[in-house]
Write a protein that binds this ligand. Structure first.
Ligand code: NAP
Length: 246
């Protein structure tokens, strides 16, 4: 029996970066995958997931829109009979110093990273409660715990995700729904490619394991939280950062 055999996972932002690696890892573990994308075509994700023989479909979704979040959950339930695991991976940055930050950059980050996760959790918790089973994994960030200059909006959204996670973990525990955060450090993806070389070098020097993370490192932690092995873990923040923040 595979780790996630017979389970269905809904993964947001699953067509690239960390989300794509979570899709592949979950499909390899035997899950049916309902992945969502916003602007990036999901062809590679579908190809990789289906190579493991898993059921995999993709749907377009802007997580910040309540009606689209509701519709995605409904579609997943219709297609696969439920949502056992929800991974809120979709996220954006709009960096800038606090004193110069534009309202639209604050709002865009909060609406995608925090309200988006809320939208998905609210929609998915209903079918999970019915089944008396659920795993919700919110992809946070090391900077939600440490803070970071130039990322007040992003850090606030990721810190907010921790409070949202802990509250939901307390509300949903009696229905056997576990809610946790996986908090990546510096992972090589499009999101971090934008950093200047000298900033990357300084960061690398501050990581005890001496390397940047890969999407697979985060996918492994998400897989653990989705698995039976994590059956007594809820309301936690699992840091995956090479020791950058302890
Ligand atoms: P990425 O390569 O920039 O990918 C971002 C993903 O989010 C894409 O799949 C994108 O979908 C999706 N997305 C963005 N806005 C969306 C919206 N409104 N609705 C639905 N989907 C949306 O980023 P990543 O590095 O893989 O990051 C994934 C998650 O990990 C994010 O939550 C990020 O904050 C977190 N994280 C990353 C790092 C890192 O070092 N990379 C560190 C800590 C935390 P489309 O491409 O289809 O638009």
């Amino acid at each position: 029996m595979k780790t996630l055999g017979g389970k269905t996972a809904l993964i947001t932002g699953g067509s690239r970066g960390i989300g794509l690696e979570i899709v592949a890892a979950f499909a390899e573990a035997g899950a049916n995958v309902f992945l969502t994308y916003n602007n990036t075509a999901p062809d590679e994700a579908l190809r990789r997931a289906r190579a493991f023989g898993a059921g995999c479909v993709a749907a377009r979704l802007d997580v910040s829109k309540t009606d689209e979040a509701d519709a995605a959950v409904k579609q997943c339930v219709e297609k696969f009979g439920g949502v056992d695991v929800l991974v809120n991976n979709a996220g954006i940055t709009r960096d800038g110093l606090l004193m110069r930050m534009k309202d639209e950059d604050w709002d865009a980050v909060m609406y995608t990273n925090l309200k988006g996760a809320f939208n998905m959790m609210r929609a998915a918790s209903r079918p999970m409660m019915k089944k008396r089973f659920g795993r919700i994994i919110n992809v946070g960030s090391v900077v939600g715990s440490s803070g970071n200059p130039g990322q007040a909006n992003y850090c606030a959204s990721k810190a907010g995700l921790i409070g949202l996670t802990k509250s939901a973990a307390r509300e949903l525990a009696s229905r056997n729904i576990l809610v946790n955060v996986v908090a990546p450090g510096f992972i090589t993806t499009d999101m971090t490619d934008a950093l200047a070389e000298d900033a990357k070098k300084a960061l690398l020097d501050s990581i005890p394991l001496g390397r940047f993370g890969a999407g697979k490192d985060v996918a492994g932690a998400a897989l653990f939280l989705a698995s039976d092995a994590a059956g007594y873990v809820t309301g936690q923040v699992l840091h995956v950062n090479g020791g950058l923040y302890m």
